[in-house]
Design a protein around this ligand. Sequence first.
Ligand SMILES: Cc1cc2nc3c(=O)[nH]c(=O)nc-3n(C[C@H](O)[C@H](O)[C@H](O)COP(=O)(O)O)c2cc1C
Length: 387
Amino acid sequence: MPVITNIQDLHRIYRRRVPRMFYDYTESGSWTEQTFRANSSDFNDILLRQRVAIDMAGGSTASQMIGQDVAMPVALAPVGLTGMQCADGEIKAARAAAKFGVPYTLSTMSICSIEDVAENTDRPFWLQVYTLKDDDFMQRLFDRAKAAKCSAAVITVDLQMLGQRHKDIKNGLSAPPKLTARSIANMATKAQWGLGMLGTKRRFFGNIVGHVKDVKDPRDLAAWTAEAFDISLDWDRIRQFRRMWDGPLIIKGIIDPRDAVEALNVGADAIIVSNHGGRQLDGALSSIRALPAIMDAVGDRIEVHLDSGIRSGQDVLKAVAMGATGTYIGRAYIYGLGAMGEAGVTRALEVIHKELDVSMALCGRRDIRGVDRDILMIPKDFSDRWQ
Ligand SMILES: Cc1cc2nc3c(=O)[nH]c(=O)nc-3n(C[C@H](O)[C@H](O)[C@H](O)COP(=O)(O)O)c2cc1C
């Protein structure tokens, strides 16, 4: 087994082990992928201020997100089709997160269902919900989350329409996937992945198939998905969802301070500054660049979280120092999952934890909860370069 010291190592193994169509699904952004790239590269514009000769013994990365204890302020983001990256992927990722002491967020578009993940893990997870038209389905989704003891709901508000990813179209990656001859030939070369898939029954959208009136089997999915997403979504509709769910609520997909204020007014417990990992509006601001204006607008009134572009503990440290109470990783743990299953997700978390812990100490700080902007050197025009 190769020595894994960073997320890029996991990425290299992931690329070899997982069929090309699922690798491409993860590793793309929409259209020119400008925002996808900027999400990560913009972190490099922020520098960390090195301090020395400060007692660094007894450091702690432990914190809280929406009042829940976390071993570090990093949650696993909702990722659709996780169970196609590795057999039973959602269950494996949820287990790794639970053992590490960080939250796991299950996507609406997961392969393993809410009930399945609840039965196979022993710590509550969070459920991400898309804003769909079908009221019945939405109410049942929240009820199912309650019955499964989910400890928060995450409503994703940046997917009224789907941004276009060229590779997915060319690979036939739609719901359900249309396999091309090339994809089938490529899958045949991924022995470990194939064996896993042959050994599991979990191969379709577990939260949808059998839970929607007209979707009895996977072949009915295409018609349903084309109709399901709500192009007329507005903040009143999001208020209705708030009424359907009385537990902690997180609103995901905010980049503009005006939308942050709207989310606050809905009564959310937290917002996630996110552009969906650069998969929706290509040309949008990166999340880390969007964060300062959002902190100014709502930071003292609501918990602000951030995702998109995080590949290291240093990235987490920068986001927290700029005011985020928590962060999420998407691709970083999917690389681990595809590379090595549950152990790979654990490895991704260990890598990020160590980077966070050591970098925090080298900035002269012992407690993540006390980290502030003073440890950063930020270019003067970082957040207002574009007006
Ligand atoms: C392959 C993939 C699938 C995703 N599926 C979902 C989803 O089902 N629901 C959702 O809210 N976000 C989804 N996202 C967005 C992630 O939750 C998160 O915002 C993004 O991955 C963060 O960026 P990062 O991958 O650079 O960490 C997906 C992201 C990826 C890469």
